[in-house]
Design a protein around this ligand. Structure first.
Ligand SMILES: *Cc1c(COP(=O)(O)O)cnc(C)c1O
Length: 375
C-alpha cells in the first residue's frame, strides 16, 4: 500500500503539485477521488479542528471519532480497530503539532481491514517516523498553508498522492476546481499583508481578538465555515499568486525546520516549572513542531496569565472538535464521552509558538513566564 512518490520530483514539488484553496479542500478532493460518499464513514481522531469533519461531510460521508493515545495528541490504533465498521472507507491520521502518529500499528489495522490511510500533515511537512517522512505512509496526505502552519502563504492547501491510480483520479477532477473571484483574491492579499505585519508573538493577543472581530463581521476570511453547509471553498483551487508565494517559500523549508528545532530546544531545556508537563516525543521519530505543547493543570488561569504577560500561548485544541462547544458536537456526530483521552487533553494543553518570527527575546519571556507560573 506504500507506493513510491512519483519519480524524479523533489519533495518540495510534491508539496505543491496539487494545490487547493485550503487544506480541507485537498482532503475532500482525496476522499472524492477514493469514491467516498454518502453512506460511508471516515475515521478521524478527536482532538482536531472542525476543518477535518467538515471535509468529510462535504463529500456526504460521516466522521467517526477515534481517541488519542493517553497523554498524547495522535490516534490510538487500539481504539481505531474497536470503532471501525464495514462502512469505514478511510482512516485519516493527524500528526498533531508535528508529532508523528504511531504509524506501525495504524498501518497494521489499515492492511488487516483494507482501509486506506490519509495523513493530515497540516502541522508538519518534514517530521519522520522510523526514518520515514510523514506524508509518505498513506495512500495520500494533505497540507495547509494558512496562518499558524509551518509554511504560511495566507490561505491554501495541497494534496500529495502516493498511488498512481488515485493520482489519475485526482487529475481527472482537477479542472473542476476554479480560482476564487477577484474580490476574494484581493481580500486574501490584504489579509496577508496585514498579518505579515501583525504576526509575531508580542502582538499575538491583540491580533487574535482583532481577527476574531473582523471575521465575525465577515471582513476577514475566518478559519471556520458554518457547520452543516458545504462551503464554496470546496470548489476552489489556490489562486496563482498564492501558488507562486508557496513555491518561493518552500525554498526556505530547511530554514523553518532549523528555526523550529532551535526554538523547541530552548523551551525543552530551559522551562523547568513543576506546574507543567512537557510533551513526550515518541521513540524513533524526528519531530519538527508546528507548535510546542505543554500540559498544564489550570489551563484557563494559565492562558489569562499569559495574556497579561504578553506571552503568545494558544489554547488549541480547546475541544475535541475545535472550536465547537459541547452543544454543537452532535452537528459533526461526536458523542460526548466517546474519546476520553482527547477530552482530558483539551482541558490541559497550551501551545507555544515555533514559527519563524519567534525571537530570542520571545523565548526568554516565555521561559520566564513558565518558570514563575504558580497556577
Ligand atoms: C489547519 C488544519 C487543517 C485545515 O487546513 P485549512 O487550510 O484551514 O483547510 C486540517 N487539519 C489540521 C490538523 C489543521 O491544523
Amino acid at each position: 500500500m506504500i507506493a513510491l512518490p512519483t519519480s524524479g520530483n523533489s519533495s518540495e514539488f510534491l508539496f505543491r503539485k496539487f494545490t487547493f484553496f485550503r487544506g480541507r479542500v485537498a482532503l475532500a478532493a482525496i476522499l472524492r477521488a477514493l469514491g467516498i460518499r454518502s453512506g460511508d464513514t471516515v475515521a478521524i481522531q478527536a482532538f482536531t479542528c472542525i476543518a477535518v469533519p467538515e471535509a468529510i461531510m462535504a463529500v456526504g460521508a460521516k466522521p467517526i471519532f477515534i481517541d488519542v493515545v493517553p497523554n498524547g495528541f495522535t490516534m490510538d490504533a487500539t481504539d481505531l480497530e474497536r470503532k471501525i465498521t464495514g462502512d469505514t472507507r478511510a482512516i485519516v491520521v493527524q500528526h498533531t503539532f508535528g508529532i508523528p502518529t504511531d504509524m506501525a500499528k495504524i498501518v497494521q489495522v489499515s492492511q488487516k481491514y483494507s482501509i486506506p490511510v490519509i495523513e493530515d500533515c497540516c502541522h508538519t511537512l518534514v517530521s519522520t517516523y522510523q526514518g520515514q517522512e510523514v506524508g509518505s505512509f498513506g495512500i495520500a496526505s494533505f497540507y495547509s498553508f494558512e496562518w499558524g502552519k509551518p509554511i504560511v502563504v495566507g490561505m491554501g492547501g495541497s494534496a500529495r498522492i502516493n498511488d498512481e491510480a488515485l493520482e489519475q483520479e485526482i487529475i481527472r477532477h482537477y479542472s473542476d476546481y476554479k480560482y476564487p473571484d477577484s474580490a476574494n483574491q484581493y481580500r486574501l492579499q490584504l489579509q496577508y499583508i496585514a498579518f505579515s505585519i501583525m504576526f509575531r508573538p508580542s502582538l499575538y493577543w491583540p491580533t487574535r481578538s482583532l481577527y476574531h472581530r473582523l471575521s465575525a463581521l465577515k471582513i476577514a476570511k475566518g478559519s471556520y465555515n458554518p457547520v452543516g453547509e458545504v462551503a464554496e471553498d470546496f470548489s476552489l483551487r489556490m489562486p496563482l499568486q498564492l501558488q507562486h508565494r508557496l513555491e518561493h517559500k518552500l525554498q526556505y523549508l530547511n530554514k523553518h525546520t532549523s528555526h523550529s528545532t532551535w526554538v523547541v530546544d530552548e523551551y525543552r531545556n530551559r522551562i523547568q516549572s513543576t506546574m507543567i508537563t512537557q510533551a513526550k516525543i515518541p521513540g524513533d521519530s524526528y519531530v519538527v513542531f508546528a507548535r510546542y505543547p505543554l500540559i498544564v493543570k489550570e489551563k484557563e488561569k494559565c492562558l489569562n496569565a499569559a495574556r497579561k504577560a504578553g506571552v503568545e500561548l494558544a489554547d488549541w485544541y480547546s475541544t475535541p472538535i475545535h472550536p465547537l462547544g459541547t452543544q454543537e458536537w452532535s452537528l459533526v456526530h461526536y458523542q460526548a464521552g466517546s474519546c476520553p483521552n482527547a477530552e482530558i487533553m483539551c482541558q490541559q494543553v497550551v501551545t507555544l509558538p515555533t514559527h519563524i518570527t519567534v525571537s530570542q527575546r520571545d523565548i526568554n519571556r516565555a521561559v520566564t513566564f513558565f518558570n514563575r507560573l504558580s497556577v
